[in-house]
Design a protein around this ligand. Structure first.
Ligand SMILES: *Cc1c(COP(=O)(O)O)cnc(C)c1O
Length: 392
């Protein structure tokens, strides 16, 4: 079975597709027709790979965490996406999409952001490549995430408040879609995760797949074999996880583990664990698992980490879950906090709260001493210092 890419209509099994208003057909069709031949062209790859190396700072290290390994009596490698320019994996996708937009003749970039991390990555790519950048952000998130709003403004982006609904991420997505409908010729919408209508999940997965490509090369260099026994990553929409899993999903002997945000607990009503709580539905243009009421109202999610606070999950992951190709864990806020403090004290690395959910799997599952485990450290913890200090 091929788990890597969707069929020509954008389906991973029963999940995916493109459920969009008629007014977006032109934009989506243009992307569907062009994305593969552009991003696979030699000319595109040359520019993209050069920027990943010399601007982003790739390849990121694959680090054998000896102290953490000792604590859990197994062999743990950390894929250091936290060392990328702008502090997380999101720049891999933002740069790729802005380069693609330029080749499509676009002059204007829009994006949505929740915590502001994707907004900062997109504003960074636009500053570098000389495109106008407009970032939609919920009014409440603008207040909560002042440092990232300041970064985006300094990078030259306009930050526009979404004032409808709950004034958070899903309202920002709706505003961005409205903008795109009104500017189909000039504008590309840089979606920040492996969600949205086809081809976005596949497009974003391919840009993030550099993560597992490097893991294979680096493992081969360090231990003489390409495949670990386990790869583990946290899942919000699922982009760092898709990138970490991509080159391993068709390798039967590699076990795949995804960590979702349990919030205060699956039963608490304050959670973001979509594979445990979600049902089949359509959210932001694709069919997947969605946290919703019986009559299809989206349920407000909760997680201590803003990046995992999403009521859906990419169709790639919904499919891996349904087919039992990946094992899903729900990690609660307090468990993630504890793992973040543990990594900091054992290895001198302050992880993003999102990444700490992936680390917390070490407490949930027993691994053998000789097993090789690779955990994606999706980002750094600078942005979470306020939360860490409150819980110290
Ligand atoms: C945004 C973010 C995530 C969650 O997004 P995915 O698309 O699920 O990867 C995870 N980790 C960090 C550090 C982030 O900034």
């Amino acid at each position: 079975m091929n788990y890597k890419n969707p069929d020509e209509n954008g389906y991973y099994g029963e999940f995916g597709g493109a459920f969009i208003p008629e007014m977006l057909y032109l934009n989506i069709e243009e992307l569907q027709k062009n994305y593969l031949h552009i991003i696979e062209s030699e000319d595109f790859q040359k520019e993209y790979q050069d920027l990943l190396k010399n601007y982003v700072g790739r390849s990121t290290p694959l680090y054998l965490a000896k102290n953490l390994s000792k604590k859990y009596n197994t062999t743990i490698y950390l894929k250091r996406e936290d060392l990328n320019h702008t502090g997380a994996h999101k720049i891999n996708n933002a740069l790729g999409q802005v380069l693609l937009a330029k080749r499509l003749g676009k002059t204007r970039i829009i994006a949505e952001t929740g915590a502001g991390q994707h907004g900062v990555a997109t504003a960074t790519a636009c500053a570098l490549l000389g495109l106008e950048c407009i970032v939609y952000m919920g009014e409440i998130d603008i207040q909560r995430q002042a440092p990232n709003v300041a970064r985006m403004k300094m990078l030259g982006a306009s930050v526009v408040a979404a004032t409808s609904g709950s004034k958070t991420l899903k309202d920002a997505v709706n505003e961005a879609l409205r903008d795109w409908i009104n500017h189909p010729i000039t504008t590309h919408y840089v979606i920040g995760s492996v969600v949205g209508p086809h081809p976005f999940p596949d497009l974003v997965t391919r840009f993030q797949s550099i993560i597992s490509k490097e893991i294979k090369e680096q493992l081969n260099e360090q231990i003489g074999k390409e495949n670990p026994d386990y790869v583990i990553a946290c899942v919000g929409g699922g982009s760092n996880a898709a990138g970490t899993f991509y080159h391993f999903v068709n390798e039967k002997n590699v076990n795949i583990i995804a960590a979702e945000a349990g919030g205060l607990g699956i039963e608490s009503g304050q959670s973001a664990a979509t594979t445990f709580l979600g049902t089949l539905g359509v959210l932001h243009g694709s069919k997947s698992l969605v946290m919703q009421t019986k009559d299809g109202q989206v349920i407000e999610p909760h997680s201590i980490s803003a990046g995992l606070d999403y009521p859906g999950i990419g169709p790639f992951h919904a499919h891996l879950c349904k087919e039992k190709r990946a094992e899903f864990f729900s990690i609660n806020d307090d468990e993630a906090l504890q793992s973040a403090f543990e990594l900091t004290r054992l290895e001198g690395i302050i992880p993003a709260l999102e990444s700490a959910h992936a680390l917390a799997v070490l407490d949930k599952k027993k691994f053998n001493p000789h097993e090789i485990i690779v955990i994606c450290l999706s980002g750094r913890g600078d942005k979470d210092m306020e939360t860490y200090l409150k819980n110290l």
